[in-house]
Design a protein around this ligand. Structure first.
Ligand code: SAH
Length: 261
């Protein structure tokens, strides 16, 4: 709902028409307002400390707004540039990456269910010997929650276990992984090259698991047609294994790499 509202606002009559989305899908929800932290025992405060409480709560609100603004700006950037440009952007100022992820976590805290948890569950139901590549791993939650060997990949990382690179060109060997995951990470105008890279590193019959924001697959609202998207992925060398639209927030699209690719 919030996504819909923010989309409608972006498309307000007085605004310039939106540029055609160069990415596969429209943007993530950009709603991001941190709830202000409530002081526990205001009754115990003196009047001067109560006024300082008010100002600190005001400051908290302002900080949250600023953080929300930064998040939206970075999010917009990631959807409208290539992976290489995004890599350069974060290399120039690594603090932007932390800012992005603080905002991202805040936003996700409002989702009733996280798609990464669905993928973790899927992995737990399969053999732990499957080798996984998590493309656009964020805080590497997936790797931290399964027994599998996981190659966590993202643009920047303070965590040495994360391979920091543009996921269009990973250092992974060809046909070396069993499961390639893109959980809310098909950003960037060259998203197709990420899928091609996944195809390169996947073993024959390997799994490609994609979770994406539902609105991005809503053709009535500028999103991609899920069937067209699925067809395009299949043409890269996959067969469709699952299309799950049951969740309100995200879509799950699973594929298997063809044997002969
Ligand atoms: N998969 C995680 C994080 C999703 S946020 C989760 O579900 O929680 C999307 C992530 O994709 C961000 O961390 C962003 O930095 C990463 N990303 C976007 N484009 C990328 C690229 N070209 N190469 C590597 N990572 C990328």
């Amino acid at each position: 709902m919030k996504e819909e509202q923010s989309r409608k606002r972006r498309r307000g009559k007085n605004k310039k028409p939106q540029k055609t989305q160069p990415s596969l899908l429209p943007k993530h929800s950009t709603k991001l307002h941190k709830k202000t932290h409530q002081q526990k025992n205001p009754a115990h405060q003196s009047s001067s400390s109560s006024s300082s409480l008010k100002s600190s709560s005001f400051l908290d609100k302002m900080k949250a707004r600023l953080a929300g603004g930064h998040f939206r700006m970075i999010n917009e950037k990631l959807y409208t540039c290539t992976g290489k440009e995004a890599l350069d952007y974060f290399k120039e100022d690594p603090e932007l990456f932390d800012m992005y992820h603080t905002g991202y976590q805040e936003q996700m805290s409002h989702w009733p269910e996280l798609p990464v948890n669905i993928i973790i569950k899927w992995l737990k139901e399969h053999s732990s010997s499957l080798i996984v590549a998590d493309f656009g791993c964020g805080d590497a939650r997936l790797a931290k929650n399964v027994k599998n060997k996981v190659f966590s990949i993202d643009l920047v990382s303070n965590d040495p276990s994360v391979i920091s690179c543009d996921m269009a060109n990973t250092p992974l060997r060809p046909s070396s992984v069993d499961v390639a995951v893109f959980c809310l990470s098909l950003m960037g105008t060259n998203y197709a090259s990420y899928l091609k890279e996944a195809c390169r590193v996947l073993k024959p019959s390997g799994w490609l698991l994609i979770a994406e924001v539902k609105s991005r697959f809503d053709p009535n609202n500028g999103g991609a047609d899920p069937n067209m998207f699925s067809k395009a992925v299949c043409e890269m060398g996959f067969t469709s294994a699952l299309k799950d639209f049951s969740n309100k927030m995200f879509v799950l699209l699973y594929f298997k790499k063809k044997i002969w690719v």
